[in-house]
Design a protein around this ligand. Structure first.
Ligand code: G6P
Length: 608
């Protein structure tokens, strides 16, 4: 999603703006630009594609100035090109924007009728045009900003710089996140604390309906009517993490290999590794008292929720309603106040997930957030925060956040089972023991399968379509496998419940479509093997991801068999996630795609 940075300081800002934009690259973008103000003249440099294009432009044509704004754009209205790249300039007003101005076409018509000339296809340009119009009508900068904010509807975070005021930057939030950073004699705006981490860790997050005005000496925050509001300052944790690939080629690879460590960290928040019991931390949700659970999320987070549903239903006999957030929010689901709702989101900022949260809150449900960013909007608007503690995830394709979400959901389902009396103390101990053994097993598996995954990826890269099959919790995992592969290698892939094979996908089976079967030797194994037989009988090529018992039990010919250790059922989804992640990763590397920032995708989707 678009990224915003802005600096008002005492040293040249152009290079610092680009550095900050680099820290926002992980969000996904297709063009970038910066603007600075120097001796009453605003100038900008913008470039399509990656930031090095912008850097090259800046080295040929540098920008001076100690005040400036920067932007990485993920195209929504208008193709990604230099003209549509931000900042947008109208008569001494410069704007960068993340989000969507929903009434932009009405505003555009109205402004055009009044003589305005639009030069871009973006919705953002109306913001600059409106502010410029109000200034022409005699309003001062602050009044023009507020008048514009009262005209636009939609979801936006925006920053405005004025050519006639080198001492002020203004910003507003209604939807996508925006933070104010406090430095010494310099001030900042940023889409997140990661962008601002090299400059400051003292942050105030704006909330919807806030307008912030910064000067070198501080910030003033007002609502859209101009009344002052206070927002607490926080010390962001983002500075504690070095956003660095270490000795890995890509962030995604680093994040895959970090999993044993970060899962330990996540688990230790929920379970005691010594006594193999749940920690008695107050969760804010009494699972013993709720009549059901509603779960909603997007992308990979949704698929972890789907696996969570199996666990809550099995271990706690707790009915779970789950849907992708973009459907959930409009389905008019009958909900009751004695249900609880869980929202799973790595970023904690996904617009659809946030909208579902607000819907459930209005319906009177208790809200829990399973998030990686504890300072995020979703976390802040929840009754209970269940941190996944994965550390910053930079690769757009989610890996460690997925398995940490699963570790947290597994722990919560055991907690729910205890609270509801469906699990006893001995069950708790056994299941927690399984969870605490998981990081060690994941480390073994990563070492064990690496060479095989690399060579298999070469073979897989020759195909155009791939089918993933699984049953039980391996079904959502099959969907996650397909999602990972298509996201980063651009090979078409689908994940199906193995039992659905006969109801459609079997028509596609031939030697040109490998079928990846995820089948630990669990309750469903025999049934999945019979689906494999149906594939084999039609000349399909099978990549069989199983465990030692499963490999011994099946005699079917395969294109490859990946054998993992036999593991307890509750940890199988996390352990079996490793080969599907590595297979997608190596296939993409082999194909030479942009693994960490795949085309058209964004890390954090803050628009609907
Ligand atoms: C985007 C990302 C996915 C992520 C999804 C939900 O599509 O590319 O990796 O799973 O958003 O994001 P969230 O931050 O809510 O988990």
């Amino acid at each position: 999603m678009c990224g915003i940075v802005a600096i008002i300081g005492n040293q040249p800002v152009a290079g610092r703006l680009v550095d900050a934009l680099k820290r926002l690259e992980y969000r996904g973008y297709d063009s970038a630009g910066i603007a600075t103000l120097y001796e009453s003249v605003m100038e900008r440099r913008r470039a399509k594609g990656k930031l090095f294009n912008l850097e090259k432009l800046l080295s040929d044509e540098p920008l001076a100035g100690t005040i400036g704004i920067g932007h990485t754009r993920w195209a929504t209205h208008g193709i990604p090109n230099e003209t549509n790249a931000h900042p947008h300039f109208i008569e001494g007003v410069a704007v960068v924007h993340n989000g969507i101005i929903e009434n932009f076409s009405e505003l555009r018509d109205e402004l055009t009728a009044g003589g305005a000339v639009f030069t871009t296809q973006t919705d953002t340009e109306v913001v600059a045009q409106l502010v410029a119009r109000y200034k022409r009508q005699g309003l001062d900068n602050r009044a023009a900003m507020l008048a514009m904010l009262n005209d636009v509807t939609g979801a936006y975070a925006l920053v405005v710089m004025f050519a006639d005021d080198p001492d002020t930057l203004m910003a507003a939030r209604f939807g996508p996140p925006l933070a104010v950073g406090f430095g010494r004699g310099e001030m900042f705006f940023g889409s997140d604390a990661i962008a601002l981490a090299p400059f400051t860790n003292e942050i105030a997050y704006l909330v919807d309906g806030d307008c912030a005005i910064i000067h070198r000496g501080g910030a003033e925050i007002i609502d859209f009517a101009g009344n002052p509001v206070e927002r607490p300052h926080q010390i962001s944790q983002a500075t504690a993490f070095v956003v660095d690939k270490g000795n890995h080629r890509h962030f995604m690879e680093k994040e895959i290999y970090e999993q044993p460590e970060v899962i330990s960290h996540a688990l230790s928040h929920y379970v005691d590794f010594q006594t193999h019991t749940l920690r008695a931390n107050d969760t804010g949700i009494d699972f013993g008292k709720v009549s059901g659970l509603a779960i909603s999320a997007c992308g990979t987070a949704y698929l972890s929720g789907l696996i969570g549903k199996y666990w809550f239903e099995r271990y706690a006999r707790l009915p779970v309603e789950i849907d992708v957030a973009s459907e959930f929010r409009y389905r008019e689901i009958p909900l009751s106040k004695d249900q609880a709702a869980l929202f799973i989101s790595q970023s904690g900022e996904t617009a659809d997930t946030l909208a579902c949260l607000r819907y459930c809150r209005d319906e009177g449900l208790k809200i829990g957030a399973v998030v990686n960013v504890s300072e995020s909007t979703i976390a802040r608007e929840s009754d209970a925060i269940f941190p996944i503690l994965a550390g910053p995830e930079i690769g757009v394709a989610s890996t460690k956040a997925f398995t940490c979400q699963l570790a947290v959901l597994a722990s919560l389902s055991i907690r729910a089972g205890r609270a509801r009396g469906t699990l006893d103390g001995a069950d708790e101990k056994q299941l927690v023991r399984h969870l605490t053994g998981m990081p060690r097993i994941m480390s073994q598996v990563l070492n064990l399968i690496q060479p095989q995954m690399e060579s298999l990826a070469r073979d897989l890269s020759k195909f155009k379509d791939v089918l993933y099959l699984g049953r039980g919790t391996s079904y959502p995992l099959a969907m996650e496998g397909a999602l990972k592969l298509k996201e980063i290698s651009y090979i078409h892939a689908e994940g199906y419940a193995a039992g659905e094979l006969k109801h459609g996908p079997i028509a596609l089976i031939d030697e040109n479509m490998p079928v990846i079967v995820i089948a630990p030797h669990d309750r469903f194994f025999e049934k999945t093997v019979s689906n494999m037989q149906e594939v084999a009988a039609r000349g399909g090529r099978i990549i069989f991801i199983t465990d030692e018992k499963g490999a011994a039990a099946s005699k079917l010919p395969t294109m490859a068999t990946i054998v993992l250790p036999d593991v307890p059922e509750i940890i199988a989804p996390m352990v079996f996630a490793l080969p599907i992640q590595l297979l997608a990763y190596h296939t993409a590397v082999f194909m030479g795609t942009d693994v960490d920032q795949p085309r058209n995708l964004a890390k954090s989707v803050t628009v609907e």
